[in-house]
Design a protein around this ligand. Structure first.
Ligand SMILES: [Zn+2]
Length: 332
């Protein structure tokens, strides 16, 4: 005969562990959510640091040099510091294994930074993040012409059958060049809007393919790091892809790191933009021959490079300091 108290005890025995487990599960999800936010913040901060270190600006602002090696170093340095790890330590090395792909988006091409196997002098196999060479945003229309796009409206065409060298110009200039050479221009060159849509589509698909291949390849690398996770391209909304190619910048994919106590893993990416293409730069230079001094666009021939000049980021600033718009570049 089962007594009511027995049933009550049975009830307690069954329900308590269940609620406890549920509590642990909820806690674990909370921890994972918190960790995810924390890691995403670190990623974003480190990507911004990397972008700042990869660009070596010239005196005229827009004339800069891209240093991909510094992008890698800048990112890692910042990421290790944010994670309280020391470069070269085991922890740092483990962390590095979760970086599945980095892409530097440059003006006229991209660089992949990914893990590669190397054999050292003693025949030991080493894995490290390696910067690849620059690859173009290339489109081949199978008519014998190859198009290399850039982040603005300039492009390069290389001609297989005309035997001419590559031609670099804006959309209008390329269109004119093709017409002059009796070549039917492709539809996407016909107007600015269509050109921009097409150009962006091509650049994004080139990047997507490169990132996808690199991340898939990381499955092999990750095994060497002892990471068991299936790496594949995470969902990146279209708006983020578009943001990626708005300007010179960096995108980093970070995946597979355990973040909870019940198997949750991070699957994330962060992007950082340099603001270089969108940034306006004006050059001010005192005129030695007259009392009127002008401000210019950085590529103006009126600027005397041998003399002192300074840059400002808006026309307002230049005007405020008493400079007039240059008739050759600003007013034209
Ligand atoms: Zn000028």
């Amino acid at each position: 005969m089962i007594k009511l108290t027995d049933l009550a005890i049975l009830f307690i025995i069954i329900t308590i562990p269940a609620t406890l487990l549920l509590n642990i599960k909820t806690k674990s999800i909370e921890i994972a959510v918190y960790r995810r936010i924390e890691i995403n913040k670190m990623l974003e901060a480190s990507v911004q640091d990397a972008v700042a270190s990869m660009i070596e600006e010239g005196a005229r602002g827009k004339d800069f040099k891209m240093n991909v090696e510094k992008a890698k170093e800048g990112f890692l340095r910042s990421f290790y510091i944010n994670n309280n790890t020391i470069e070269g330590s085991i922890d740092a090395n483990v962390l590095k294994g979760y970086i599945s792909c980095m892409v530097v988006v440059d003006y006229d091409g991209y660089y992949l930074i990914s893990h590669e196997e190397k054999t050292d002098y003693d025949g030991m196999i080493l894995i490290d993040l390696v910067c690849g060479s620059k690859k173009p945003y290339e489109y081949d229309d199978f008519s014998g012409l190859t198009y290399h796009f850039t982040l603005d409206n300039r492009l390069i065409i290389t001609d297989g059958f005309l035997g001419t060298d590559s031609f670099l110009g804006t959309r209008e200039e390329v269109l004119e060049f093709l017409n002059d050479n009796w070549i039917d221009p492709p539809e996407f060159l016909e107007n600015e809007e269509e050109f921009n849509d097409f150009r962006r589509r091509i650049i994004i698909s080139v990047l997507q393919k490169a990132v996808n291949d690199t991340i898939n390849n990381h499955n092999y690398i990750a095994r060497q790091y002892g990471i068991s996770y299936f790496f594949s391209l995470p969902t990146v909304p279209d708006s983020d892809w578009h943001k990626t190619i708005d300007d010179i910048g960096l995108i980093v994919f970070f995946q597979g790191m355990p973040i909870g106590i019940s198997g949750e893993k991070i699957n994330s990416y962060a992007l950082g933009s340099s603001g270089l293409i969108k940034k306006d730069i004006y050059i001010i230079q005192d005129n030695v021959d007259s009392s009127i001094s002008y401000y210019h666009k950085p590529d103006c021939d009126e600027i005397d490079d041998s003399r002192h000049f300074e840059s400002r980021s808006s026309m307002k600033e230049c005007a405020g300091e008493g400079y007039f718009p240059c008739p050759e570049c600003i007013l034209k």
